[in-house]
Design a protein around this ligand. Structure first.
Ligand SMILES: Cc1cc2nc3c(=O)[nH]c(=O)nc-3n(C[C@H](O)[C@H](O)[C@H](O)COP(=O)(O)OP(=O)(O)OC[C@H]3O[C@@H](n4cnc5c(N)ncnc54)[C@H](O)[C@@H]3O)c2cc1C
Length: 442
């Protein structure tokens, strides 16, 4: 849709037929703003996607429970209260695809098999067409790899840089949808019935509760894969037992467990592809990086990258940067710096929950709401003092800056467990701070 606005008529190749189930249902304030920028707010309200006013994190005790409201920033960078949306992805993705087509995009149902190459550039893709099973070549001036966790180009090798395991690679997510839940009953933003709820049991072990309509709630459990394997349970048995045991607040909200969706599993969801832009191609969203789902940044990053890249592609089609070895190098660095903000926020939450909660409640409340709202990019006043203090805690202060200046930006990413100087930090079974020691609400 953003490409169409720039006067470009894109072709969208999609392997699956919509509607189809997908995970990734809770948006941030900045994610909601993308939909508002596209003029879709009325449709979102009309279709009754639940509105989210904030995220509440239940720690191990009442003291460790905290809330971050959804916010926006006006043109003078003044903070204001906002709402965003929770989406059932089968409905939302179908709506987005149909809307893009109605605005001028051409849909093709088929599976991209391999890129076409010429003169050191990607020049298109070979597609296995869904209706005929035949292979067809589609030429392109710019190929956008939006293949999600399939990381299509990176997995084919030889086009992007290497794909590294991310810090949360050893995690597994198990999720479904339930009904007959107990939701909050409104009155304040904090008790709004459609908010995202997070239940923290211990380090790397948590659950989510995301309302999808008046009845159905998406509930997921995330934990170390080793814990899941140790239990030797089927995914369904594991899921149901965890709903009862993970956190008293979660079990209170689901008194009688009734699933209305299969139990799905995604292991090893954390990775980073380096060199994700190049001659004739740009990877967007999960196609190049995903860290950890806890604070719902995935859709926001994907949609924002789509928004940012459209004018850059227009200028490229008009002739800009054609002769550069990587015509999209600036965009690549800009995106990488934004997601690095998220990585440092998420790593701080897991590694230093005490300091993290202190920043949310008292030290850097406004900056923290910015980060939770997905305002993570350089033009959004990043890095903020809150982020700089996280980088200090994580011993990453100079390192990040250095990597942005270095021509060797794409050595092993700082957040990876496989970074030579970081592996020990990730692997070590260091004493775990718990939410018991958090500061508690203001
Ligand atoms: C457990 C978990 C929970 C999450 N929860 C949230 C959340 O609450 N909020 C949030 O914002 N994000 C969440 N995310 C992240 C979110 O799911 C993703 O970041 C988001 O969906 C990425 O969008 P995308 O467009 O990059 O990829 P996708 O949404 O995955 O879309 C990729 C599309 O490409 C198609 N495709 C793939 N390969 C090919 C091919 N070869 N040819 C043609 N088509 C192809 C697929 O069929 C798919 O439709 C979560 C992630 C996980 C793992």
């Amino acid at each position: 849709m953003f490409l169409v606005r720039e006067g470009i008529k894109p072709i969208i190749v999609e392997a699956e037929s919509f509607p189809r189930y997908h995970i990734g249902e809770s948006m941030t304030g900045a994610g909601g703003k993308v939909l508002r920028d596209l003029g879709l707010a009325d449709q979102m309200y009309k279709r009754k996607h639940p509105t989210k006013q904030g995220v509440k994190v239940y720690g191990q005790s009442a003291k460790g429970t905290w809330f971050v409201p959804v916010t926006g920033r006006d043109e003078n960078w003044k903070l204001f209260e906002w709402d965003t949306w929770q989406v059932r992805r089968s409905d939302f993705d179908k709506m987005m695809l149909e809307e893009a087509v109605s605005r001028g995009a051409t849909p093709i149902q088929g599976k991209a098999v391999k890129p076409l190459k010429g003169n050191g550039s990607i020049t298109g893709a070979q597609i296995r067409m869904a209706d005929s099973d035949k292979l067809e070549d589609i030429e392109s001036q710019v190929l956008l790899d939006c293949s999600g966790q399939a990381t299509w180009l990176a997995n084919l090798g030889g086009f992007t840089g290497p794909k590294y395991l991310g810090a949360y690679d050893k995690q597994i997510a198990i999720f479904s949808q339930v009904v007959n839940t107990i939701r909050d009953n409104g009155g304040t933003r904090e008790t709004h019935k459609d908010n995202t709820l997070i239940f923290y049991q211990k380090k790397y072990h948590w659950g989510w509760f995301i309302p999808l309509d008046e009845e159905v709630v998406s509930v997921g459990i995330v934990c170390p894969s080793a814990y899941f394997l140790d239990k030797k349970e089927s995914k369904r048995d594991f899921y149901i037992r965890e709903l009862r045991e993970l956190h008293p607040e979660l079990s209170r909200r689901i008194p009688e467990i009734k699933l209305v969706e299969d139990v799905h599993v995604i292991p090893n969801y954390s990775y980073q592809v380096n060199g994700f832009c190049g001659k004739g191609f740009i990877c967007i969203g999960d196609a190049h990086r995903f860290i950890d789902p806890i604070f719902s940044f995935g859709l926001t990053v994907t949609m924002r990258e789509g928004q940012f890249v459209a004018p850059i592609i227009r200028r490229y089609l008009e002739g800009a940067n054609r002769d550069k070895p990587n015509p999209f190098a600036d965009h690549q660095l800009f995106c990488e710096m934004g997601i690095d903000v998220l990585e440092d926020v998420l790593d701080s939450f897991w590694e230093h929950p005490l300091s993290f909660a202190h920043c949310v409640y008292s030290r850097y409340t406004e900056y923290m709401t910015d980060m939770f709202a997905g305002r993570i990019y350089a033009h959004e006043r990043q890095p903020t003092p809150a982020l700089l203090s996280f980088r200090k805690l994580l011993n990453r202060e100079g390192e990040r800056e250095q990597s942005y200046k270095s021509s060797d930006l794409y050595s092993i990413p700082i957040g990876s467990r496989y970074h030579p100087e970081r592996a020990a930090i990730w692997e070590v079974n260091s004493p775990v701070e718990t939410t018991e020691t958090w500061m508690g609400p203001r």
